[in-house]
Design a protein around this ligand. Structure first.
Ligand code: HEM
Length: 395
């Protein structure tokens, strides 16, 4: 497989429908160049080789097509040692205890949102539920007011669907503050309040007081990291919960099985992460001549770690295209792995579990249905996978 291939990895219409191509790549060209400068890695073990070697496969540019000032880089756009330092602080806010402490809030919020939906004759589940719940939880984790959740979702959506993720700017201006002044102002005001002496301990307080090379993080660094936590939670978890509900709406036998045995819900979450990964791939920049799967890779080439492909690798999974609840310990790469393993993985799993449990409590088999003629269309983001809308009717 070579540069003749027609695949465009920056076109979401293509990346969300690549299952056949990925299967062919795994079999015939597991490390290939869809076009010059880009190397796609299709097999689980090869992907893992890339993820575990941040020195050769750098995150420094992330997805941006432009050079971003150091202060404005998110964790996903940093390499060690700066990454190690800041990641440790961010992680301190995502401990098992922090996640467990949010369980009750998540359950209550899911119940509140679904009670509202149950009272209606119809709904669009992405905007009314799957977008809302993870965002409420991320804001709660950071100690931000629940009443602000809806406007934060609107800002986040605008931002994720703008030119900013790729170019660090929009027509309004440069960087987060120039491109999204209201959202930036909101984050700055709340983080300033949370950093005052006497403010309750939490992730923002810890970040504000952190020692970054002998100094406190600047307002820009703080804003960037907080924005990443807000954004990291919203689209990915939204995609996961959306894919799970879409599956339940089409599979009454699975719905019944989970309703009758809620201990299967964790396996449902893991298998959904494997087969419908909310993030289809991550990208690294090769810094030194090397080989993966016997194929030479040159410095300066961008290496695409094919999460969605690795998660269906025939060498790792029996019947990789079949959705099964009995696969045991998850070995999928939905949260990537190595140095940049998703810090929100535990939180995301808990929120997804609570979302499904709440759905099972509120809607029995057949109580909610996709509207006649509903057609799945994916979120308009090239590296994501999940339904853009879920239009349902309610009995
Ligand atoms: C189903 C939900 C989620 C999925 C599939 C997911 C996926 C990922 C992936 C694949 C990465 C690695 C990126 C890379 O290697 O370049 C990542 C990193 C990250 N995620 Fe998540 N994520 C999810 C939920 C969350 C949540 C809920 C949060 C926070 C509230 C979060 C915050 C982050 C952060 C801060 C990083 C950067 C870590 C680093 O670079 O060290 N994620 N996520």
């Amino acid at each position: 497989m070579s540069s003749e291939s027609q695949v465009d990895l920056f076109d979401h219409h293509q990346t969300q429908q690549l299952w056949e191509t990925m299967r062919k790549w795994r079999r015939e060209a597991p490390v290939n160049r869809p076009y010059p400068g880009y190397v796609y890695v299709a097999r689980w073990l090869d992907c893992w080789e890339v993820l575990r070697d941040p020195r050769t496969f750098s995150n420094a540019n992330g997805l941006k097509s432009v050079e971003v000032p150091e202060e404005e880089r998110s964790l996903g756009e940093m390499d060690p040692p700066r990454h190690t330092l800041l990641r440790r602080i961010v992680r301190s806010g995502f401990t098992r205890r922090d996640v467990t402490a949010r369980e009750h809030f998540t359950r209550e919020t899911a119940d509140e949102l679904l009670s509202g939906i149950a009272a209606q004759g119809s709904a669009e589940l992405v905007s009314e539920f799957t977008d809302q719940l993870p965002n409420y939880v991320s804001l709660d984790l950071m100690g931000f007011p629940k009443a602000d959740a809806r406007r934060v979702v609107v800002w986040s959506r605008e931002l994720l669907h703008s030119t900013w993720p790729e170019t660090n700017r929009t027509e309004r201006g440069e960087g987060l503050a120039g491109a999204f002044p209201e959202f930036s102002g909101y984050i700055d005001a709340l983080s300033e309040e949370r950093s005052r002496p006497g403010a309750a301990d939490g992730i923002v307080t810890r970040l504000a007081k952190a020692d970054v090379g002998g100094a406190r993080p600047s307002q820009i660094v703080l804003r960037t990291l907080i924005a990443q936590i807000i954004l990291g939670g919203i689209s990915t978890s939204t995609n996961l919960i959306g894919s799970m509900l879409y599956r339940l709406l089409r599979d009454p036998v699975l719905h019944e099985k989970l309703r009758d045995d809620s201990s299967l819900v964790s396996a449902f979450v893991e298998e959904s992460l494997r087969i419908d990964p909310p993030v289809l791939f991550v990208i690294r920049n090769c810094t030194a001549k090397t080989k993966i799967g016997g194929v030479s890779i040159e410095p300066g080439e961008r290496v695409v770690v094919g999460i969605a492909s690795a998660n269906r690798d025939e060498d790792v999974y029996d019947d990789p295209d079949v959705f099964r609840l009995d696969r045991g310990i998850p070995r999928h790469l939905a949260f990537a792995g190595g140095t940049h393993l998703c810090v929100g993985a535990g939180l995301a799993r808990m929120v997804a579990r609570e979302a499904v449990l709440a759905y099972l409590r509120h809607f029995d088999v057949g109580a909610m249905e996709l509207v006649p003629g509903f057609r799945w269309s994916g979120v308009p983001v090239f590296l994501e996978y999940g339904p853009e809308r879920l239009d349902v009717s309610i009995r």
